[in-house]
Design a protein around this ligand. Structure first.
Ligand code: SF4
Length: 272
């Protein structure tokens, strides 16, 4: 189903980095809403969605004149001190509508002109490759974090049917690495994966972050529980993966091919 798109005129783009993102001065969301509509997305329960009266994943607001507003805010923030930005915390900056609207690209153009001290780009979309030219101009002040929760396409389709295929994400990580852009693969949340997962990641990244519902949803897993995610595990007979200990299995597998220093756990993997 095509999401409902709405043009909005926000007054601000930059938000203060708080809670899980307290290591950042700001968070930045080019869109409100996300057409990937992942089953486990914690934004489903946030006021931005609950007040909406529509299913998460079926609506996206496109922020008009975003670059103009952002440029003013960024310059002002930079004048006050160091600026570190997390993009994005409650939407995917490279979801399909970005191909047409280019809001994210317009914000990156501003950041090339007025570089923040650090930019963390969080996405699960291979479309980030379009912006390699701009990302390169940010040098080592940027890191692209690609969500790769599993290497199993059947699992990806079960939990996030509208999200991009895993092989395309791995190829994109390879492409970014070859271009010289700092990257990481982010296994968040930990979904059931194969024994070969660690090796597949080792081929394309030198840094991995691993996080799960229990460490990373900001409520010890309670938020996720309210989403009823356990039913999706049950349907596949994979309940053992919906436990606080499941991440250990993936961690042990990663340790066979990565050094300990290359593996970041939970919040540490998202810090500037
Ligand atoms: S891509 Fe991220 S923001 Fe979008 S639905 Fe999935 S988890 Fe939520």
């Amino acid at each position: 189903m095509r999401p409902e798109y709405l043009y909005t005129n926000p007054k601000t783009l930059l938000n203060k980095g708080t809670g899980y993102l307290s290591g950042y001065t700001h968070s930045l969301n080019p869109y409100t809403g996300c057409s990937y509509g992942c089953s486990y997305c914690y934004v489903r329960q946030m006021p931005v969605n609950t007040f909406r009266n529509a299913e998460w994943g079926t609506w996206v607001d496109i922020k008009q004149e975003a670059a103009v507003i952002f440029q003013k805010e960024l310059r002002k923030a930079k004048a006050k001190g160091p600026v570190t930005i997390f993009m994005s915390s409650s939407t995917d900056p490279y979801q399909p509508i970005e191909q047409k609207e280019m809001v994210t690209r317009s914000l990156l153009e501003v950041m090339v002109e007025y570089p923040p001290d650090f930019l963390f780009v969080q996405t699960r979309s291979p479309f980030v490759r379009r912006d390699i030219d701009l990302l390169l101009r940010l040098g080592d002040k940027v890191r692209v974090s690609m969500t790769v929760e599993t290497d199993r396409e059947d699992i990806r389709k079960h939990f996030t049917p509208s999200a991009p295929p895993i092989p395309a994400r791995l190829q994109t990580l390879q492409l970014l690495k070859d271009a010289g852009i700092p990257t990481q693969a982010t296994i968040a949340p930990v979904l059931p994966s194969s024994e070969e997962f660690a090796e597949k990641l080792h081929d394309v990244v030198s840094r991995v972050c691993i996080d799960d519902y229990f460490m990373g949803d900001g409520s010890g897993g309670k938020r996720t529980k309210r989403l009823g995610i356990d039913a999706l595990y049950k349907e596949k007979g994979l309940e053992e993966w919906y436990r606080p200990s499941a991440y250990r299995l993936v961690y042990e597998r990663l340790l066979k091919v990565f050094n300990e220093e290359q593996i970041y756990i939970s919040q540490k993997g998202f810090e500037p």
